[in-house]
Design a binder for this molecule. Structure first.
Ligand code: RRO
Length: 311
């Protein structure tokens, strides 16, 4: 029997479980110089806001042991330009697109959701309620059950149709399961776990923070155990809730780890900065590992690490 590499996120059907991570591949134009975007399960675009933004002051990147800090601050062209240029271009490539949206208010999420109706090639919506690089921590919607719920309810009410809603959550909370439960209850069809962790690096020569805005989001292999833990906990509590896993995936074995924890698909982010074809190598390696371990489909391996073992 041939191996079935396909997967689903809610009612989005994907030919394989390897996606880009929002913010790490723009709208896919640069990556398309290296491979056809159709080779990936889906392209997840950089979070788009209603208005164009230039982002935070530089420097806004810093290297860390096994990772990096970013403080981009939601730089982007705004939804009008995005819908005019990026979505038609992605559709022309035949890419399956997951659009990431981000708002400053609940009303922003409602407005953005309405703009996302009936777009060509768009298979799901990732609702970013966890950007760490905002002016005050109160604006990190997913850090509080009430605001997480309000943002997702606004999207649910305004999206119309069948487009799956995936809520992207922050790991910077005491109990990520309770936030996942809240957004699922509010109408999310799945969760994306995890956004970056809030961090800081101080330049010991200058004796000042390296990032202009002082704090930034930590990504890369350094955060992988935190991400795997979040995926495992949420899958254990809510086994039917689809999970898109991410956080420091650098090879096929890392992707496999997320699937064993309970992810139905994974996003590759920071690894792409060092190697633009990382997602393709990860896809090939994951398929080889799943086959070697005797699985006949991705589906069979999802959450496999949760099984009871008797000695
Ligand atoms: O743009 C950013 O600074 C950013 C976003 Br929207 C996010 O969700 N996560 C992150 O690490 N950086």
């Amino acid at each position: 029997m041939s191996f079935d590499f396909s997967t689903t996120l809610g009612n989005a059907a994907l030919p394989n479980p390897i996606l880009t991570a929002s913010g790490c591949a723009g709208s896919g134009k640069e990556l398309s110089q290296f491979f056809p975007l159709t080779d990936l399960g889906a392209i997840v675009t950089k979070s788009i806001m209603i208005k164009a933004r230039s982002g935070r002051a530089t420097p806004r990147m810093a290297e860390t042991p096994s990772g990096m800090l970013n403080s981009i601050g939601l730089q982007g062209p705004g939804v009008d330009q995005f819908l005019q240029n990026d979505i038609p271009w992605l559709a022309e490539q035949g890419a399956r697109t997951i659009v990431s949206i981000a708002g400053e208010t609940v009303e922003d999420y409602a407005v953005l959701a309405r703009r996302m109706r009936n777009l060509p090639g768009v298979v799901a919506l990732e609702v970013n309620i966890s950007c760490p690089n905002v002016e005050n921590r109160g604006m990190v919607f997913s850090c509080h059950p009430e605001t997480a719920r309000a943002a997702i309810e606004a999207v649910r009410r305004n999206i119309g149709g069948e487009l799956p809603i995936i809520a992207k959550l922050s790991p910077d909370v005491t109990d990520i399961v309770s936030i996942a439960r809240e957004v699922a209850d509010a109408g999310a069809d799945g969760v994306a776990l995890i956004n970056t962790l809030l961090g800081m690096v101080i330049d010991t020569n200058l004796m000042l923070p390296k990032l202009a805005q002082k704090t930034g989001g930590l990504s890369g292999p350094a955060i992988r155990p935190v991400a795997v833990r979040a995926v495992y906990q949420v899958h254990a509590a809510l086994p039917k809730l689809p999970i898109l896993g991410m956080g420091g995936i650098a090879n096929g074995r890392d992707a496999f780890e997320f699937i064993l924890a309970g992810a139905r698909a994974v996003s590759v982010g920071t690894a792409t900065f060092g190697n633009p074809t990382a997602a393709i190598s990860i896809k090939n390696e994951l398929e080889a590992i799943l086959t070697e371990k005797g699985f006949s489909s991705v589906e069979e391996a999802v959450g496999y690490a949760h099984r009871e073992v008797t000695s």
